[in-house]
Design a protein around this ligand. Structure first.
Ligand code: UTP
Length: 224
């Protein structure tokens, strides 16, 4: 199966979690050995947001804030790629054409952000469309998508399955802001509506959810 795995910075990088990163690397190696192909997209987590805040405070533009956050996400991507050793590509692609080119190497591709004005959700959705992925998995800091933000509302209920159209009603922001954190970036929703990529949102703190999602087990939230 061709999978785009988007691992939230909130999961592996807030604060950086060496145990979890190593678990993901070992899991990816195992799934690759089983014949699955991966493009992994990681975010920059709290360190990226610290840079956004710092940039904002020194008076840098929203675009500069995004650019710095992208660099942080690429740093995490590079670390994962290094830890993957011969299983991973040597360099972190910084554009979609580079991703397409790297596919020939038949290795696990790890990347971070691409350009200002979006999040790695949109990057993952864009890559999924271009590589014609069978599945996009978003490994996030919640069990899936909820009726309301579960961090703020105790009566929020987890949704097992929903359509992309339903997601619009759940988004708190429909425009990009540097450092935005919500269930799915609005640009990603637009891209997924176009490509119709099957998407599953799971709890990324439990990496075993990744093989379960690939095997079609009903976990997290399925978006179709
Ligand atoms: P993400 O929101 O994708 O990172 O990018 P994350 O840490 O994985 O987020 P969680 O775990 O979902 O919370 C962080 C910020 O980096 C910039 C944006 O400012 C974004 O909010 N970014 C990232 C870009 O501008 N372009 C990109 O392609 C990726």
């Amino acid at each position: 199966m061709k999978v785009v795995l988007r691992i939230g910075g909130s999961v592996i990088a807030s604060p950086p979690n060496s145990v979890l990163i190593s678990k993901y690397v070992d899991l990816l190696k195992g799934l690759k050995a089983e014949g699955h192909e991966f493009v992994v997209v990681v975010g920059g987590g709290s360190i990226a947001r610290d840079f956004i805040e710092l940039a904002r405070k020194v008076g840098l533009s929203e675009q500069n804030q995004d650019d710095l956050a992208i660099l942080v996400s690429r740093l995490f991507a590079q670390l994962l790629a290094m830890r993957l050793g011969e299983f991973g590509t040597e360099f972190v692609p910084t554009s979609v054409p580079q991703v397409i080119q790297l596919l020939n190497e038949k290795k696990i591709i790890v990347m971070g952000g691409l350009r200002p004005g979006m999040t790695t959700d949109a990057v993952a959705a864009m890559v999924a469309e271009k590589v014609d992925a069978d599945l996009l998995i978003k490994a996030t800091d919640q069990e899936g998508i909820y009726t309301k933000n579960p961090d703020k509302h105790t009566d929020a209920e987890k949704i097992d399955q929903l359509s992309l159209d339903d997601i619009w009603d759940l988004l708190e922001e429909d425009k990009h802001k540097a450092g935005i954190h919500q269930i799915l970036d609005p640009e990603a929703v637009r891209l997924l509506q176009r490509s119709k990529t099957k998407t599953i949102v799971v709890n990324g703190f439990k990496p075993d959810n990744i093989p379960l999602a690939i095997k079609g087990k009903r976990i997290g939230t399925l978006i179709e």
